[in-house]
Design a protein around this ligand. Structure first.
Ligand code: SF4
Length: 333
């Protein structure tokens, strides 16, 4: 049901220009796969924009949490955000206001959502839900946000804080309760609330309790996600025992390896980009530290960056031998 409601909202934001652009992207992607040469006809149809790298938590597999970025940390400026939306809004079918960090820490975050929503762009964000105060809940409901993804990886404080270090589960649960209550009072159906549970070896035993809780709370959708682990070869206690939730399997040599076969393709490279708070364009959310910066939107436009030689070279390497790109080795896309 949630997927249907979300799809309805997605379709309502579509225009002939956006549909035509999607067709161009899709055709050029298929052609590129056959010819092994990057051909790109359309403009980005999705973007992720990072409001800030700041975060209140210290999650162990996240560079924001570990404070381990080599790129600078900070908050996006309003004029840069508006420039990106003004340049791309006519083609965007999905805007994820998130990359690293906690979006609600940016004082203008919900103004950004409103701005994009007024340009008829479908907006989504991901949050640890520690800032769902009454004021933020009301503003969120006013903003036109379509999808709120909440990360919650434990159903008891002990398990929750084991990964979400510094997190307070009761705050998350109270914030969600308030949001659902206010949304119901206003007779709104957006934002759709997705509870995202990163399944690890430490929390997999809580899945049935989690499902009961999510049902009782009337959460719109529960997503169980497999965890990406940086140093997986020698194993990790974060790798779940239930293979269904693991990206990795043990190889014959006793080392862990990625379960999925890596294919020389990636639709994401034709679909859109990720933009850091200071305007760097990176290929996808796996490039957390901006190793493959394709351009800088403080002085380039997105159309210039989207088809520049560096971006095309990256697409070409991916089509010809994905394994040679370090970030693509540990990716299940
Ligand atoms: S890591 Fe590579 S394969 Fe995965 S989404 Fe990014 S570009 Fe595509």
């Amino acid at each position: 049901m949630n997927k249907l409601i979300t799809a309805y909202s997605y379709w309502r934001f579509l225009s002939c220009k956006k549909i035509y652009n999607l067709i161009l992207l899709s055709l050029s992607y298929q052609l590129s796969r056959v010819t092994k040469t990057p051909i790109i006809w359309g403009k980005p149809t999705t973007l992720s924009i990072e409001p800030t790298t700041s975060c209140n938590l210290r999650c162990p597999e996240c560079p924001s949490g570990l404070r381990s970025f080599t790129r600078p940390t900070g908050m996006i400026k309003e004029d840069l955000f508006k420039k990106i939306i003004d340049e791309n809004g006519d083609y965007l079918t999905y805007l994820h206001l998130y990359f690293q960090g906690e979006p609600y820490l940016h004082p203008k975050f919900l103004d950004f959502v409103t701005y994009a929503n007024q340009r008829k762009v479908f907006t989504a964000t991901s949050t640890n839900a520690h800032y769902l105060t009454l004021e933020n809940v009301e503003k969120t409901l006013d903003s036109g946000l379509r999808q709120l993804i909440v990360s919650m990886d434990g159903i008891t404080q002990e398990i929750y804080q084991d990964y979400r270090i510094g997190g307070d589960l009761s705050k998350v649960q109270k914030g969600l309760e308030l949001l659902i209550q206010k949304r119901t009072e206003r007779k709104q159906i957006y934002p759709r609330i997705i509870l995202q549970f990163l399944v690890t070896g430490k929390n997999e035993h809580q899945l049935s309790e989690l499902k009961s809780w999510a049902n009782a709370m009337r959460i719109d959708e529960l997503q169980l996600k497999s965890a990406q682990i940086y140093d997986f070869e020698n194993g990790s206690e974060l790798i779940p025992k239930d293979q269904k939730y693991s990206r990795y399997i043990m190889g014959n040599n006793g080392k862990w390896k990625i379960k999925k076969k890596l294919e020389n393709k990636c639709w994401r490279m034709w679909q859109g980009s990720v933009i850091t708070w200071d305007g760097r364009v990176v290929p996808c959310c796996f490039d957390k530290d901006g190793e493959h910066t394709m351009g800088q939107l403080t002085y380039n436009t997105m159309p210039e960056v989207w088809k520049n030689p560096k971006y095309q070279h990256f697409r070409k390497s991916l089509l010809q031998d994905r394994k040679q790109i370090e970030i693509c080795k540990n990716c299940t896309a």
